[in-house]
Design a protein around this ligand. Structure first.
Ligand code: AMP
Length: 466
């Protein structure tokens, strides 16, 4: 029996069969809204995070429309899906293959950091759906390996991330080459002013879809922080993994070195862990990810760029070992859990020096995060209390490491030389940081015994030594 609710929104039998084989029974909210609009040929602008089912929301109707159209000519493509990283591109391409398995459309994926010749060969006979990272696509276009005259649909997936990674110039160049008459769909987790500017020129009377409030993390994710001294973070992480039955966890760190260091520390504590970051070859990353998916590894430590778009079903936990420098990245990170309606937990280990980042994140979320202190890990340096502010402030500089990583294997090689076009404006984290222990409003869900210990310097010092 095919899932009737998918049939009701207009999908054809070959797609319904593929959906059934995937085991989906009900469309997610974004699918309910997007599929009929895309089938009707409308342009669309969707604020949707990874985990909402957005890939199927654009892929299913896209395939249906393409199945009804003309045959593709040699070296031509009919639909172009642009994605920021090769991991995401590969993942989207897999969705295209899975959903299109009962249709006779051709699809492939191209990305930087891999040999170009095999990609050119694949394009020779023409491709209905091409998934590409922007830089490599331009390289192929420059070699006449791909032609755009037959393009009917353009999809920008994770558009905010593409701009973050410095692809705005490449995107502009690609847009200039596409036929004017086409359908345009844009997906983005967050909507910075730069994204809005891009949409103004790109989209014609777009249907606007927002499946979760602007700039908010998925609300089926329980989010809280542990206050902890920086030097105790890895010990606390091992402790939480062992004592809280955490199961499989994706742990985010800010830097590649930090990722490697943390993996060594976890291994020393006899916890199976591996890192995925821009210094690892594509093969290593694919293998690590496969091992994680097969439960051979319990803890996957990742940097933001490397983890971008990773699709891991039902991942119950995400832990921020470091808070991200850019508040919007917090939302991307938390988007790894609580996918497609599942419950998830987003835990952040926060040290006193990260209070500004914390405040920026809380302001972006529009909520203060619940705080916990774990017995035995009472911080010597308090994380000052924060409060919500509506003010928006100067944008922080993009972390250097992050920039470098974009041009490493995980990013698109062609992106080098492009200055990242940051326009996220994480909100003000400024003045309100003054400590006011008397301020009782904040939801500090502290263990009372721990709180007492804290007020006694001696006790707190003792417990820190645990
Ligand atoms: P995405 O937001 O596209 O990254 O999708 C997140 C996850 O949800 C993927 O693992 C999809 O396979 C899964 N998914 C997509 N649509 C549905 C659905 N209607 N029901 C259940 N799972 C879904």
């Amino acid at each position: 029996m095919t899932p009737s609710s998918f049939a009701a929104i207009g999908l054809s039998s070959p797609l319904l069969l593929a959906i059934e084989e995937k085991g989906y029974t009900t469309p997610t909210p974004i699918q309910l809204k997007a599929i009929p609009a895309v089938l009707a040929g409308k342009d669309m602008m969707a604020a949707a995070q990874t985990g909402t089912g957005k890939t199927a929301a654009f892929t299913l109707p896209l395939l249906q429309r393409l199945a009804e159209g003309p045959t593709v000519k040699n070296n031509h493509i009919r639909a172009l899906i642009l994605a920021p990283t090769r991991e995401l591109a590969v993942q989207v391409a897999k969705n295209v293959t899975d959903y299109g398995k009962h249709l006779s459309l051709k699809s492939t994926v191209v990305y930087g950091g891999a040999k170009i010749n095999p990609q050119m060969m694949k394009l020779r006979g023409g491709i209905d759906v091409l998934v590409a990272t922007p830089g490599r696509l331009l390289d192929l276009f420059g070699k006449n390996a791909v032609k755009f005259a037959q393009v009917e649909t353009l999809i920008l997936d994770e558009a905010d991330r593409m701009l973050d990674l410095g692809f705005s110039e490449d995107i502009r160049k690609i847009l200039a080459q596409l036929p004017r008459k086409r359908q345009n769909l844009l997906f983005s987790a967050t909507f910075s002013d730069d994204i809005r500017k891009l949409t103004t020129n790109l989209l014609k009377n777009p249907v606007q879809i927002e499946v979760s409030p602007r700039n908010s993390a998925a609300n089926n994710v329980k989010q809280y922080i542990y206050e902890v001294d920086k030097s105790k973070k890895s010990a606390l992480l091992s402790h939480l993994i062992r004592n809280k039955d955490l199961g499989q966890v994706l742990v985010f760190v800010r830097t590649k070195n930090g990722a490697d260091r943390l993996v060594s520390e976890l291994k020393r504590d006899k916890i199976s862990a591996a890192a995925i970051h821009g210094d690892r070859s594509q093969n290593q990353r694919t293998r690590t990810l496969a091992d994680f998916k097969d439960y051979k590894i319990q803890i996957l430590v990742a940097t933001d760029v490397a983890a971008r778009g990773i699709d891991i079903n039902e991942l119950p936990q995400v832990i921020n070992f470091d808070l991200p420098k850019v508040a919007e990245d917090y939302i991307h990170r938390i988007g790894r859990t609580g996918r497609a309606g599942a419950q998830g937990e987003g835990i952040s280990l926060v040290s006193a020096d990260e209070v500004k980042l914390l405040s920026g994140i809380e302001t972006l979320l529009g909520q203060l995060l619940t705080r916990e202190i774990e017995t035995g890990f009472v911080p010597a340096h308090n994380v000052p209390l924060t409060k919500l502010t509506k003010a928006r402030a100067k944008k922080p500089k993009k972390p250097k490491k992050y920039r470098q990583e974009a041009s490493k294997p995980g990013g698109d090689q062609k992106s080098s030389g492009n200055k990242p076009q940051r326009n996220d404006k994480p909100a003000r984290a400024g003045k309100q940081q003054k400590i006011s222990r008397a301020r009782g409003k904040q939801n500090r869900n502290r263990n009372e015994a721990v709180a007492k210990k804290r007020s006694s310097p001696k006790a707190s010092r003792n417990s820190r030594n645990n």
